[in-house]
Each structure stands twice: as structure tokens, then as C-alpha cells.
Design a protein around this ligand. Structure first.
Ligand SMILES: Nc1ncnc2c1ncn2[C@@H]1O[C@H](COP(=O)(O)OP(=O)(O)O)[C@@H](O)[C@H]1O
Ligand SMILES: [Mg+2]
Length: 427
């Protein structure tokens, strides 16, 4: 079977790597891919913001399975468009993707279905926001309704700063484009967990849990990024908690979508806060996370392609995934200056030696081939991923591999998984 993966980051490299491990897969094509993916898959040019470009490529390639990586093509309806051409695609339709593409839709949906989430208001004007904000106690969370690549959430220390943030979102000053809706949320405290599930429209199969590190700096300081590192262990959620999240969050979400005639197929990524009053939904994503996927897929022992096939065919009820026990961790190496401005084109050295470290897989995010050299080509450059019997050992392996790698201005967090080692993140 030929598999086509749409996307170009570390998540897509991990998906390509996992797909290539399936005995059923004869060829992996990744579009547009990146310099590292090109070493395990054939890369084909495509525009992820252009439906026609993606349809043209898929129709020409005729893959047996298409996996959509990022949210942008999902928000454009790439799944609908490819299915209309008779292609098999793993991912939600444009309307089902609204769980991610409209935070207001997601909050109202959660409330309609009695799924635990913090208090909120969805506001269509600054005046409406001004009234609603009086009902909330600082800190106040202000969110753009639409996709914002991690830049649409502002945690405000006062009502006045919340009002300012909302005005910035409505006017377009903050994100470049004016928001039609702004969501105001109660600030929740606790440990954050990424709980990803495969969904087939009616059934839910959980993936291994993971914890992301969003901030650029050690100790969770500085601006938000796309994700600087992640780890996954079985201990981060005990079986009772996993069961509870399935029964009260993931399953009711998929059932609710089906009841509303928008069956959800694909990855339901539940961003959860484990609070004093139990797990609460912070947000949904409707695709594999990046870098969660890197840490999750190295632990997956089952055939990924079988599982995605079962999801497309509505057969997840019979699917059980096997996971390597122990732990995994992914540490992201980024360009100096990220998430602000940064330079690219620096040669990357040491990948051979780093890749020899036991249990280590290196997934490329922003890399390219230039003049027979691998060079940096993005803010997040590499996801150095390791698995081991314990989190301590997985982190040790990832950091040992990282020590081998160099490029001009390389930056990575030194404290991935550190809080978990102290016991704080075992919820
Ligand atoms: N209600 C909330 N209370 C506390 N922290 C929040 C809340 N909502 C979001 N956050 C923080 O902001 C981050 C980004 O918010 P999220 O809703 O996941 O938006 P996005 O991932 O689209 O930027 C979360 O990972 C979490 O750390
Ligand atoms: Mg998020």
C-alpha cells in the first residue's frame, strides 16, 4: 500500500517513520515533507493552504491511505474534497474540525453535552465582552475563536488587560486579522495533559498520554512556542483516571458529534487540565499533536496503518493498541531567536552519532537539503526522541543524543520531564 502524508514537520516525520514500519506499506510519500523526511519517504511538492494543489497531488498519486498532519488543510475541508474523489483519508471533515477551528463552537458543544470544562463566555463584540468580563475573576483567559498557531491565547492579570486583549483581537491588531468572536474563560489550575484518541465516528481508542512543554524557557518561562518537548509515561495517568476521561470526556464528545450528525473520524486531541475538581477540557485539537506524536509513536508497538484503517472503516471497537511499557521523551532543538525572528540555512552536524544512541529516533521539523548538506530551515529544527524503561533513562538518552548535535545558535530546554521526575506531574 502507498501512504500519502500531508505536512512538513516533526509530527509528519514520525508518522512517515511509523507508516514505513508497517509490513503492508510499500511506499510512503510525504508532501511537502522536509530534509529529514526525504531520507525515509519520497517528498512531493504541495501547498497545504491550497485545496486544489492537495487534490491534484492525491489524485495523481492514488495512495491507499492519506493522513492529514496539520490543522490548516483540515480547516479548509481537505478530507471532504479528497473523499469526494473516492480517496481514503484519515482525518475529520471540515465541519467536524470545528472542534478545533472554533473555540466558541467547542465551548458551546462541551456545555450542550455536559462535558467538564471551565466557565466561559463567547462574545461577538467588545461591548459584549465588557459586560461578560465583570462576571469573571482574574486571572482571565482571553482566546481568539479561530486558528492562531498558538498565538491566540492571552492570560490576563486584570479585567482591564483582558478588555485590552479582547479589543486587540477584535480589531485585528493582535493576530493580523480581525476575530469575529472572542472567548473568555475561567483560569484553571493544575497539571496539563494531552490525551489523544483515535475515533471512527462512534468508538474511541486512547493513545499513550503525553505532557507538552509550551514555553521557550526552562521552568516554563518566556513566550509560548509550538512545543519545546514532551514526554509520555504510563504513570502520568493511572488506569482509573484514563477510564474516567474516556467515559466523561472523549466518548461523550464523539457521541455528541454523532448525535449532531457530524460524526468525528480522526484524532481527537483533548487538551486537559487536571484540576482539584477533576479533569476539565481546555481545548480540542482534531489531529495528531506536534511534538506529542513523536513521543507517542515511538512507544506504539501495534501497526499504525491497521489502526488508522480501522478508524476509517468504523471498526475501532475491535482495535486494541499495544504500547511499549516505560517512557519516552522528545526534546526539540530550535533556532536561536525562536519563537521570534531567527535565521535559517545553518549546516547541521552530528546527526549520525546522535542517531546511534540506543533507543533514539531523530525526527526532523525545520530542515532542508541544500548543496548536499542538511541545513536548518525553521524555528523548530529537530525532535530528538528516545524511549527507555524509565523516564529518567529516556531523558538521559535524548539529552546524550542532543549533545552530539550542533548547528549555529542551537537552543533546547534542559528541563523536559523534570517536574515529572520530581513526582509533580503524576496526576
Ligand atoms: N482556561 C484556562 N486556564 C488556564 N490555562 C489555560 C486555559 N486555557 C488555556 N490555557 C493555557 O494556554 C495554553 C494554550 O491554550 P489552548 O486553548 O490550548 O490554545 P492553543 O493551543 O490553540 O493556543 C494551554 O496549553 C494552557 O497552558
Ligand atoms: Mg493547545
Amino acid at each position: 500500500m502507498k501512504v500519502l502524508i500531508l505536512g512538513s514537520g516533526g509530527r509528519e516525520h514520525a508518522l512517515a517513520w511509523a507508516a514505513a514500519r508497517s509490513p503492508r506499506v510499500t511506499e510512503v510519500v510525504c508532501a511537502p515533507g522536509n530534509g529529514g523526511i526525504a531520507q525515509t519517504a519520497r517528498c512531493a511538492p504541495v501547498k497545504l493552504n491550497d485545496l486544489e494543489s492537495m487534490v491534484r497531488l492525491a489524485v495523481a498519486e492514488r495512495p491507499g491511505l492519506i493522513i492529514v498532519g496539520p490543522e490548516l488543510p483540515l480547516s479548509l475541508g481537505v478530507v471532504d474534497a479528497l473523499r469526494e474523489r473516492g480517496l481514503r483519508v484519515f482525518g475529520p471533515t471540515r465541519v467536524a474540525a470545528m472542534l478545533e477551528t472554533s473555540k466558541g463552537f467547542a465551548k458551546r458543544f462541551l456545555q450542550r453535552h455536559n462535558i467538564p470544562t471551565g466557565n466561559y463566555a463567547v462574545c461577538a463584540t467588545a461591548a459584549e465582552f465588557g459586560k461578560a468580563v465583570d462576571l469573571f475573576h482574574p486571572p482571565i483567559v482571553v482566546k481568539a475563536d479561530g486558528l492562531a498557531a498558538g498565538k491566540g491565547v492571552i492570560i490576563c492579570p486584570s479585567r482591564a488587560t483582558a478588555m485590552e486583549a479582547a479589543q486587540g483581537l477584535f480589531s485585528g491588531e493582535l493576530l493580523g486579522a480581525a476575530e469575529r468572536q472572542v472567548v473568555l474563560e475561567e483560569f484553571l489550575e493544575g497539571e496539563e495533559i494531552s490525551f489523544l484518541c483515535l475515533c471512527d465516528g462512534s468508538h474511541v481508542v486512547p493513545l499513550a498520554p503525553a505532557q507538552d512543554h509550551k514555553r521557550i524557557g526552562d521552568g516554563d518561562t518566556g513566550p509560548n512556542t509550538g512545543g519545546m518537548g514532551v514526554y509520555s509515561t504510563d504513570a502520568m495517568l493511572d488506569p482509573g483516571m484514563t477510564e474516567w476521561i474516556l467515559r466523561h470526556i472523549a466518548e461523550p464528545t464523539v457521541r455528541g458529534m454523532a448525535d449532531e450528525d457530524v460524526p468525528f473520524t480522526g484524532v481527537l486531541y483533548c487538551g486537559l487540565m487536571i484540576t482539584a475538581r477533576g479533569p476539565q477540557v481546555l481545548e480540542f485539537n482534531v489531529r495528531f499533536g506536534d511534538p506529542e506524536t513523536q513521543a507517542i509513536l515511538v512507544r506504539l508497538e501495534s501497526d499504525l496503518i491497521d489502526a488508522l484503517d480501522a478508524a476509517i472503516d468504523g471498526e475501532l471497537a475491535e482495535t486494541e493498541l499495544r504500547w511499549a511499557p516505560g517512557a519516552s521523551a522528545c526534546v526539540v532543538a530550535s533556532s536561536a531567536g525562536y519563537p521570534g525572528n531567527y535565521k535559517t540555512g545553518w549546516p547541521i552536524a552530528g546527526l549520525g552519532a546522535a542517531g546511534q544512541t540506543p533507543g533514539v529516533q531523530i525526527f526532523h521539523a525545520g530542515t532542508a537539503q541544500a548543496g548536499g548538506q542538511l541545513v536548518t530551515a525553521g524555528g523548530r529544527v529537530l525532535g530528538v526522541t528516545a524511549m527507555a524503561d524509565s523516564l529518567e533513562e529516556a531523558l538521559d538518552r535524548a539529552y546524550r543524543a542532543m549533545d552530539e548535535i550542533s548547528f549555529e545558535g542551537i537552543y533546547y530546554r534542559r528541563d523536559i520531564g523534570r517536574r515529572a521526575l520530581k513526582g509533580a506531574a503524576h496526576v
